[in-house]
Write a protein that binds this ligand. Structure first.
Ligand code: 5AD
Ligand code: FES
Length: 344
C-alpha cells in the first residue's frame, strides 16, 4: 500500500502536500478505490440507500453561471408541481420502497415558508416512517427552523466551493461563499442532518480549491457529501467550458470515503451522465447512496441543470428496476430503509 493511503487509513488525515499528490496522480487509483470500498463495506456492508428525488420547481431567483435553471436562461421551460402532484410522487415512491423523499428545487419565492411547511407536514404525517429531506437553497435561519419543526430532518446544500475567490468566479455578486457557509452552520445548529458538496472540474477549479473543500468539510462534519462532475449546459455563461472528468470525480469520492468513513456519499446522476456506468463505478469507489428521480416523467426534461441529464425519459418504476440491475451488477444491494448515517 502506498504510504499516503496507509496514513489516511491509520490517522484519518493527511497534510495538504499529501492530499495534492493523491488528487493529482492516477497511479494510486486502483488501490485508493479498493481501500475506499473496504472501508465502506466495514461500515455499511454492501448496502446502497435510495433517496427519491422530487424536483418540484425549476423557477430560480439566482443566476449561478454554471446552472441550466438560472434566472436568465430564457430557454428554460419553467414549471412548479402542485402539492397534490408532490404527494402523488411520494405515494408512487412509497409503493416502490422509497423511505426518504428529497424535495429539491430552485430558489423559488412562490414557495413561502407557509406553503412549504404545509407540504412537509403532510408528507411527514402520511409517511411517518420516511425521512423528509429538503434541498431548496439559501434561506434564513428562521425559515430553516420552521421547516424543521414541520418535520424536515435533513437538508442538502452543496457549498459548491469553499474558496471565496473561486466562489465569486462561479456566482454573481448577489451570492457569497460566506452566506452559503452561514446557511450550513445554521442548518447544523438547528439539528438537521446536513449534506454538502461540490462539483469536480468546475471552471477555474484548482487542486488547492479541492483541498480547501475537504478542509471545510472536515470542519463542518456533514452527514452526506455529494460530489459530481461539472457538466456544461449550453444556455449558460459557462457554455464553452469543458465538463469535469469521471476519473477525478471517482478519485475524490474515494479520498472522501477514507477521510469521512461514516459519510453518506451519493453516486450522482451527473456521474451517470458523463459515463454510462459512472454510478456503478462511483459505488465501487466508495459511494453508498443513489438518488433516483421520482418527478413526473412530463417535467423531468425541464429540470435540466446540465446538458443530456440521464433518466429524463423514464418513469419512476423503470428507474427503480434499472437501478436494481445496476447496483447488483456492481456487487451491492439496494435496501429500502431511511438510511440514516451510521454512528448516529
Ligand atoms: N453540472 C453539474 N452539476 C451542477 N449543479 C448545478 N449545475 C450543474 C452543472 N452544470 C449541481 C450544483 C447544485 C446541485 C443541485 O446541482 O452543485 O448544488
Ligand atoms: Fe433511471 Fe436507470 S436509473 S433509467
Amino acid at each position: 500500500m502506498t504510504d499516503i493511503i496507509k496514513k489516511i487509513i491509520t490517522e484519518h488525515d493527511i497534510n495538504d502536500n499529501e492530499l495534492k499528490l493523491l488528487i493529482e496522480n492516477a497511479d494510486s487509483d486502483s488501490e485508493l478505490f479498493s481501500e475506499a470500498d473496504r472501508v465502506r463495506r466495514q461500515i455499511y456492508g454492501d448496502k446502497v440507500y435510495l433517496r427519491g428525488l422530487i424536483e418540484f420547481t425549476n423557477y430560480c431567483r439566482n443566476n449561478c453561471f454554471y446552472c441550466g435553471i438560472r434566472r436568465d436562461n430564457k430557454n428554460a421551460r419553467r414549471y412548479r408541481l402542485s402539492k397534490d402532484e408532490i404527494l402523488n410522487c411520494c405515494k408512487e415512491g412509497y409503493a416502490l420502497g422509497y423511505r426518504t423523499f428529497v424535495l429539491q428545487g430552485g430558489e423559488d419565492p412562490y414557495f413561502t415558508d407557509d406553503r412549504l411547511c404545509s407540504i412537509v407536514s403532510e408528507i411527514h404525517n402520511l409517511y411517518p416512517d420516511c425521512a423528509v429531506t429538503l434541498s431548496l437553497g439559501e434561506r434564513t435561519k428562521e425559515s430553516y427552523q420552521k421547516l424543521f419543526e414541520a418535520g424536515a430532518e435533513r437538508y442538502l446544500l452543496r457549498h459548491e466551493t469553499a474558496d471565496a475567490v473561486h466562489y465569486a468566479k462561479l456566482h454573481p455578486d448577489s451570492m457569497s461563499c460566506e452566506n452559503r457557509k452561514r446557511c450550513l452552520y445554521d442548518l447544523k445548529s438547528i439539528g438537521y442532518q446536513v449534506g454538502t458538496g461540490f462539483m469536480t472540474g468546475s471552471p477555474f477549479q484548482t487542486t488547492e480549491n479541492l483541498i480547501a473543500d475537504i478542509r471545510f468539510m472536515q470542519e463542518l462534519s456533514p452527514d452526506m457529501i455529494g460530489i459530481g462532475p461539472y457538466i456544461t449546459h449550453k444556455d449558460t455563461p459557462f457554455s464553452s467550458f469543458p465538463s469535469g472528468s469521471l476519473e477525478l470525480t471517482l478519485r475524490l469520492i474515494a479520498i472522501i470515503r477514507l477521510l469521512f468513513p461514516y459519510a453518506l456519499i451519493p453516486a450522482t446522476t451527473a456521474l451517470g451522465t458523463i459515463s454510462h456506468t459512472g454510478r456503478e463505478k462511483g459505488l465501487k469507489a466508495g459511494a453508498n447512496v443513489i438518488m433516483p428521480n421520482l418527478s413526473p416523467a412530463a417535467v423531468r426534461k425541464k429540470y435540466e441543470l446540465y446538458d443530456d441529464k440521464i433518466c429524463t425519459g423514464e418513469e419512476s418504476a423503470q428507474c427503480r428496476a434499472c437501478l436494481e440491475r445496476r447496483v447488483s451488477s456492481a456487487g451491492y444491494r439496494i435496501v429500502t430503509d431511511r438510511g440514516d448515517r451510521a454512528g448516529i
